[in-house]
Design a protein around this ligand. Structure first.
Ligand code: FMN
Length: 201
């Protein structure tokens, strides 16, 4: 899938990709995506996000092993019966090496020295969303994953984080192994209320 310029088209296409081709993603593209991430809002404009870009094979497979361990050690059991069979199968593919097979893994972290801990995640996740949208606009596959955070301490060691910097997500970046179908979402009318809760949109 090629580039998409219109922001509404981008948001309507953004979705999780969990299987990637081996084609490389150059640093220029990674930097463009990270640049978009850094234009997100954050509490007090403290910009507490930290991105560790992982390309090294050993490091990627170590992160992949944490993901697999988290999935096999409880994630799958928790998700069975909660996710649709299609989504369960896709997450399984991702957890069993699909995500770690992306040429780039971005470990997104929050720096606890920059602002109030209570709003740290709320300040990092908008940057993650910008990152996902920018990736989609460029035709890159990506997904927001948190499974490896089950072993957050190990993840922090793999990328040598200082203790003040907490890992919050792992985002694979790569070219999709096959085209992604459009995301499925409930309509606005299911989610929006007019003036007071319960009054339909
Ligand atoms: C907080 C959060 C954590 C997530 N963690 C994982 C994860 O660990 N592994 C994974 O494969 N997908 C993960 N996802 C992706 C969701 O499964 C995905 O966004 C959702 O199913 C919508 O699917 P779509 O993007 O394909 O439409 C996560 C999403 C969010 C918002």
């Amino acid at each position: 899938m090629g580039r998409v310029e219109d922001v509404f088209e981008v948001v309507h296409r953004q979705r999780a990709c969990r299987r990637f081709s081996e084609d490389p993603v150059d640093d220029g593209i990674v930097e463009k995506v990270l640049d978009a991430a850094t234009f997100a809002p954050s509490a007090e404009n403290r910009q507490p996000w930290v991105f560790v870009v992982v390309r090294d094979d050993e490091r990627r497979s170590a992160i992949g092993a944490l993901t697999r361990q988290a999935w096999e050690g409880g994630g799958r059991a928790h998700s069975e019966g909660r996710l649709s069979p299609a989504l369960l199968a896709d997450v399984e593919t991702g957890a069993q090496g699909g995500v770690a097979g992306a040429p780039v893994l971005v470990v997104v972290c929050g720096d606890t020295r920059l602002g109030d801990r209570r709003v740290l995640a709320a300040s990092v996740f908008p940057a993650i969303q910008n990152l996902l949208l920018a990736a989609t606009a460029l035709g890159l596959g990506s997904s927001l994953t948190t499974l490896p955070l089950v072993f957050g301490g190990d993840l922090a060691s793999i990328v040598e984080l200082p203790t003040d910097v907490l890992p919050m997500a792992v985002i694979p970046l790569g070219w999709p192994a096959r085209p992604l179908s459009p995301p499925r979402r409930q309509p606005v009318t299911e989610k929006a209320h007019r003036e007071t809760f319960g009054t339909p949109w």
